[in-house]
Design a protein around this ligand. Structure first.
Ligand code: V4E
Length: 219
């Protein structure tokens, strides 16, 4: 049985030549700006949910298996997230997470709860626009990370199917590669885990938040 996995790797200066040498074809090069949003007390991030707007397109990455400890190297080194790209679904999911958090704790007041309920109620009836920022205000979501990335994408034809490789250079000086492959279950060997762009961004800009995220992901 095979599974689709994404794995990050460190890029060196030779990587483009190495890819060409093994027959990879460049399928595009582009630049995009990412903005990550959360409540001021990082309700989403601390539950491993990542709300992003990339050039007007919204995406919510949700932990595929939440609250479990990785039990092998593949689990530890490769990331698997459920990705939601429909704005109404994102709004509904985010308001649910915040509502649940609010119900668990006592950090919100009744007017905040009313606002959240309003967003949840409207999700089926309102046509949502990507430019509309009212829902962000209603849910008290603010941008906490913003950076640009230059991406080169490659494909590599292999007997088992196409492999996609993305080489990313972020504007804060970090380069990282990502490979998406189909592998036999448990078929990756253990090597060093490579940091994502957000890990490195948070390291410089939100050290306390990164510390809390790491603690949660180790649980
Ligand atoms: C899941 C996640 C984040 C969202 C961004 O994920 P990432 O794959 O790093 O970014 P990118 O630009 O390659 O997204 P794509 O273009 O594939 O949609 S930010 C942090 N996480 C959690 C996380 C983590 N803490 N560490 C690693 C190695 N991966 C993911």
């Amino acid at each position: 049985m095979t599974v689709e996995v994404e794995r990050k790797f460190v890029c060196d200066a030779e990587i483009m030549w190495k890819l060409q040498d093994i027959g990879a074809k460049c399928i595009g090069q582009w630049q995009f700006r990412d903005q990550y949003f959360d409540s001021p007390d990082f309700i989403l991030t601390l539950k491993d949910f990542w709300l992003r707007c990339r050039e007007g397109l919204w995406e919510l990455k949700c932990p595929a298996v939440s609250g479990t400890t990785p039990d092998n190297d593949t689990e530890t080194l490769c990331t698997r997230y459920r990705e939601i790209t429909s704005l109404p679904l994102i709004q509904s999911e985010v308001s649910r997470i915040i509502r649940e958090h609010t119900a668990e704790g006592s950090e919100s007041n009744s007017s905040q709860r009313e606002q959240i309920d309003k967003v949840a109620e409207n999700e089926d009836t309102e046509i949502c626009s990507a430019d509309d920022t009212k829902w962000l205000n209603d849910l008290n979501l603010v941008c906490f990370a913003e950076f640009k990335t230059e991406r080169c994408s490659y494909t590599l034809e292999r007997e088992a199917g196409a492999v996609r490789v993305d080489l990313d250079q972020a504007d804060f000086g970090y380069c990282v590669g990502e490979i998406e492959v189909l592998v036999p279950e448990g078929g990756l060997s253990c090597q060093k885990k490579v940091k994502g762009k957000m890990d490195v961004y948070l390291q410089s800009n939100e050290r306390n938040l990164l510390f809390k995220v790491d603690r949660i992901q180790l649980k």
